[in-house]
Design a protein around this ligand. Structure first.
Ligand code: NAD
Length: 244
């Protein structure tokens, strides 16, 4: 059953990013007490307590996690990079740090923003079910490789007194998106989108940021002892696939 989160303290790690900031806005509307942890600041809001730090450093994380009811982890280096060491350090080792620090200070709930790419094997997926699709054996890139490790780590940490869940969006669009739509428009303007790979029937999924946020909120509200949500991954999508 969904629990009321009014007045409950949460920490949004990566809260200064595109998704994280939208999540903060909805959590505030719902009456949560919101804290943000990020390596940079991109906005100000007097209702939010900001902690600036690196999630790779336990000493930075610790003060931000004290007294927190639920952590949302939506920090990552930008997916288009190719810096293997950075992806491993932030997405994999950093997530291990978050879990260890949560346990040390007594935080019991962790909602991870994963990615639908963790199950992508190079072939379009229609009506894919989370409990039937295995992790990709040949991940697309270092970003995906470390998102798989990250998700496995978070779900394996689920236990009788630590509750975890992973939300898997694919491309997220909406206000303040600096990656998906601006990059696609830029490529189109440069004439780089005139090619069709395959027969034109490939599918790709884009999800409105508000729906991705809604998935995170529902997950957090249901992350309670004995809930079927605990230890599971959920794809989050709008409805119909988009031909690409
Ligand atoms: P974003 O780049 O806008 O936000 C990520 C935030 O993480 C940034 O504010 C950044 O400063 C912060 N961060 C990075 N390294 C950090 C560190 N070491 N310590 C503390 N903070 C750090 O990205 P986004 O689009 O909002 O993505 C959020 C999450 O959603 C990521 O986990 C990403 O993998 C996942 N995701 C995004 C999309 C998409 O289309 N945007 C699709 C699938 C999954």
């Amino acid at each position: 059953m969904a629990a009321s989160m009014k007045g409950k303290r949460c920490l949004v790690i990566g809260g200064c990013g595109f998704l994280g900031r939208h999540l903060c806005e909805v959590l505030l509307e719902k009456g949560w007490t919101v804290q943000v942890f990020d390596i940079r600041t991109t906005f100000e809001d007097p209702r939010i307590k900001f902690f600036i730090g690196d999630l790779c450093k336990i000493e930075d994380l610790k003060p931000a996690l004290e007294g927190v009811h639920c952590v949302f982890h939506c920090a990552s280096p930008a997916p288009l990079g190719n810096n293997k060491a950075l992806f491993y350090k932030v997405n994999y080792e950093g997530t291990q740090n978050i879990i260890a620090t949560c346990k040390e200070v007594g935080v019991k709930r962790l909602v991870l923003t994963s990615s639908a790419s963790v199950v992508y094997e190079g072939k379009g997926i229609r009506n894919g079910k989370e409990d039937e699709l295995p992790y990709a054996t040949k991940p697309l890139d270092y970003y995906t490789e470390t998102k798989i490790l990250q998700e496995k780590t978070v779900l394996a940490a689920n236990s009788q007194d630590f509750y975890t869940v992973a939300i898997r969006p694919h491309g997220i669009f909406g206000p303040r998106d600096l990656q998906l739509v601006p990059i696609a428009v830029d490529m189109a303007r440069k004439g780089k989108m005139k090619f069709i790979i395959g027969d034109g029937k490939n599918v790709v999924d884009f999800t409105y940021v508000g729906n991705v946020v809604h998935g995170h909120v529902l997950a957090a509200e249901h992350l309670n002892p004995g809930s079927p949500v605990c230890g599971k991954a959920y794809h989050i999508t709008n409805a119909e696939p988009i031909f690409f």
